[in-house]
Write a protein that binds this ligand. Structure first.
Ligand SMILES: Cc1ncc(COP(=O)(O)O)c(C=O)c1O
Length: 456
């Protein structure tokens, strides 16, 4: 058997990407106020800003798009979508939403009250912001291993059950439900084991609290379980996914990840306690419950994508691409969150810029350096994203300074990864010349999307 793991697809439609010069990029980055979110995508060569909604759809998904029925109410597209989600999650109530954060907003508004507290392994930034905007505390309780980038552990996305237990013992009254993000995006795309998921659910249930999965990357998580957790090596991905959902009482999902679509999401629920309120809010903010802010064609594309996203040869290739870049970083002596996660590689910026003070935002600085060096766009997951400016003008900082390179699904080939590794190596060789930034304009929440910076 040849050892090379190839992309399990061939390309039928191509999208040109174009090189810019270093001088161009220096000018463009200045125009973008040193914030890569403000760049035009056409000025980016390799766009690894996010894996969300950026993947390539398959021929079957495009065929499904043509089948889409655009009826306002009761579209057959909805029922095809609903059947797939019910099959995977085992949950009877399925409400479409236009993307993950919309699903979160509707669910949280229906189920949370001011003063509440929601534990998770790590809340994604929009999840946290949606909770906090309702006056609800979003508490991250990932296991200590999950906060040590260099430490190798098979399930660094696990939640710390002892801390959850201590929390519930004294503050259960504030907790409307517990959440769990699979895989744990903010913590490095790390998976959660089935054992952890099961025990967390049991613990919550003992206190009468439901478990809500943030299920964006449930298929990648299921593949990690297959590869790493004893007893699952022979189980197919769909069954692993079904078992994962069987422990949960509800889920929010951005289908822009493992649903392999460019737009879409949903809420799934096992019982109907919150259903009426949810449906009212869905109508108000997203649309009638059989389309939820989406076109019929989007629902059909999701129905196909959710199934394709569980194909094992695809997932094997998918996880291998991240691992491949990780091996190249090892060879360059660059630290990253180990082992590599499902959808991204998270470079530990402190290993490239050990002397840069955190107040100069090393991960943000490295992100800019990669764009300048080779037109690669990643995203900072560090103190710009998770720190904040307090009312007295002082700053809080994040525990890790990571640069996330997130891989759109089925969009880049091995030579793109080889090129990226070369650029990263060159940037590291010139690390002394990398400049930090200061933030000169920022919003109160989610400041990384829009902040403006200048060189220190
Ligand atoms: C774990 C997680 N939850 C929620 C979201 C929000 O999804 P969306 O971008 O579709 O609103 C994301 C998006 O990246 C995510 O990674």
């Amino acid at each position: 058997m040849p050892k090379t793991l190839i992309e399990p697809f061939r390309i039928k439609s191509v999208e040109p990407i174009r090189m810019t010069t270093r001088e161009d990029r220096a000018r463009l980055l200045e125009q973008a106020h040193l914030n890569v979110f403000k760049l035009r995508a056409e000025h980016v060569l390799i766009d690894w800003l996010t894996d969300s909604g950026t993947g390539a759809m398959s021929v079957d998904q495009w065929a499904a798009v043509m089948r889409g029925d655009e009826s306002y109410a009761g579209s057959p597209s909805f029922f095809r979508f609903e059947a797939v989600v019910r099959d995977i999650t085992g949950m009877p109530h399925v409400l479409p939403a236009h993307q993950g954060r919309a699903a979160e907003k509707v669910l949280f508004a229906a189920a949370c009250r001011k003063g509440g507290l929601v534990p998770s392994n790590c809340h994604f930034d929009t999840t946290r912001a949606n909770l906090e905007s309702l006056g609800v505390e979003a508490l991250d309780l990932v296991v200590p291993e999950g906060l040590q980038p260099a430490l190798v552990h098979p399930f660094k996305g696990n939640i710390d059950l002892e801390r959850v237990e201590r929390l519930l013992a004294v503050q259960a009254g504030r907790v409307p439900f517990g959440m769990l993000t699979v895989t744990n995006n903010t913590g490095g795309g790390q998976p959660v084991s089935m054992a952890n998921l099961r025990e967390y659910a049991a613990l919550l249930h003992r206190y009468g609290k439901p478990l809500i999965l943030d299920a964006c990357r449930f298929a990648e998580n299921a593949m990690f379980i297959k590869l790493r957790e004893p007893g699952y090596g022979q189980t197919d991905i769909k069954h692993i996914a079904q078992e994962m959902f069987s422990h949960a009482d509800g889920a929010t999902m951005s289908a822009k990840k493992d649903g392999l679509v460019n737009i879409g999401g949903f809420i799934a629920l096992r019982d109907d306690a919150w259903l009426e309120r949810l449906q009212q809010l869905l109508v108000l903010w997203e649309g009638f419950p059989t389309y939820g802010g989406l076109a019929g064609r989007d629902l059909d594309a999701m129905a196909v994508g959710l199934v394709e996203g569980m194909q094992e040869d695809y997932l094997r290739y998918r996880l291998r691409t991240a691992e491949y870049l990780g091996e190249k970083l090892d060879a360059l002596g660059i630290g990253y969150v180990k082992p590599t996660g499902g959808h991204a590689v998270y470079i530990d910026a402190r290993t490239v810029l050990p002397k840069m003070p955190v107040r100069h935002y090393p991960a943000w600085a490295l992100c800019n350096a990669l764009y300048l060096g080779g037109g690669i766009r990643g995203v900072e997951v560090g103190s710009v994203m998770f720190g904040r400016q307090l009312d007295d003008g002082t700053e809080t900082f994040h525990s890790m300074e990571l640069l996330r390179l997130a891989f759109p699904r089925r969009a880049y080939t091995q030579s793109h990864f080889d090129y990226a590794a070369e650029v990263i190596g060159e940037v590291k060789d010139e690390a002394d010349a990398i400049r930090g930034v200061r933030i000169v304009r920022q919003s109160k929440t989610l400041r990384h999307y829009t902040c403006e910076c200048e060189w220190v």
